[in-house]
Ligand binder design. Structure first.
Ligand SMILES: Nc1ncnc2c1ncn2[C@@H]1O[C@H](COP(=O)(O)OP(=O)(O)O)[C@@H](O)[C@H]1O
Ligand SMILES: [Mg+2]
Length: 211
């Protein structure tokens, strides 16, 4: 099977929902079986400057920071990152991005204080309506996600420390976004083994790539 067209595929979901695990498994599978041109990236991040902004957002902002500071930092990171994504798509890469626009909507709008119209406007300035082709929304009960985060071998950051109640609100926000964007987003339960979830994701992605 050979695929030459580029594709922009994003992974979304609450902390602990399995995005990073599944996107890495998918990237190695696609690289081995489908195309050498796989670009695995993440938000916030993905370029030197955007990774610096990621560190600011994750390690230096806190509950008391102005929500607009976070919003502008996230979009500043995205402006840099999207140039790279666009370039990769033009070169025929399959771009796999760990979190993207739906995270901004879930955190900054649905469970935050930023009106939707401003997020849409800033996004449009950056992407000129070049949206992801496909989004995998990993869904998991926050209780399970929380347990997995605590067991994960990584220092906890401010997002990992979020309460189960807040995680539940974010989960509901993602589900709302899913209902409004069923043409683009596919809901995948992560309440199965890593392998079973990966198989489900592969089926969805291959179906999209072969369309
Ligand atoms: N299906 C699964 N079953 C059990 N543990 C899982 C599963 N998927 C992921 N995990 C574990 O849960 C933790 C969180 O997964 P991760 O991929 O880091 O989530 P995210 O990137 O969405 O925050 C990791 O330690 C990972 O190994
Ligand atoms: Mg992750």
């Amino acid at each position: 099977m050979g695929v030459n067209k580029g594709a922009f595929i994003t992974f979304e979901g609450i902390e602990g929902s399995g995005k990073s695990t599944q996107i890495k498994l998918l990237a190695s599978y696609l690289k081995k079986e489908i195309s050498k041109k796989i670009f695995l990236t993440r938000e916030p991040g993905g370029t030197v400057i955007s990774e610096k902004i990621r560190s600011l957002v994750i390690n230096h902002l806190n509950q008391k920071s102005n929500p607009l500071t976070e919003l502008f930092l996230l979009f500043a990171a995205r402006a840099e990152h999207f140039d790279l994504i666009k370039q990769k798509l033009k070169e025929g890469y399959i771009v796999l991005c760990d979190r993207y626009l739906d995270s901004t909507l879930a955190y900054q709008h649905y469970t935050g204080s930023i009106p939707l119209k401003y997020i849409n406007y800033l996004q449009l300035l950056i992407d000129k309506n070049q949206k992801p082709n496909l989004t995998i929304l990993l869904d998991l009960h926050p209780n399970v996600g929380k347990k997995r985060i605590i067991r994960r071998n990584k220092k906890l950051d401010r997002f990992d420390r979020e309460s189960v109640e807040k995680m539940n609100l974010i989960r509901k926000a993602f589900l709302k976004i899913y209902k409004l964007n069923k043409n683009r987003i596919i809901l995948v339960s992560n309440n199965l083994s890593k392998k079973e979830v990966q198989n489900n994701i592969r089926t969805i992605v291959l179906k999209y790539l072969n369309k």
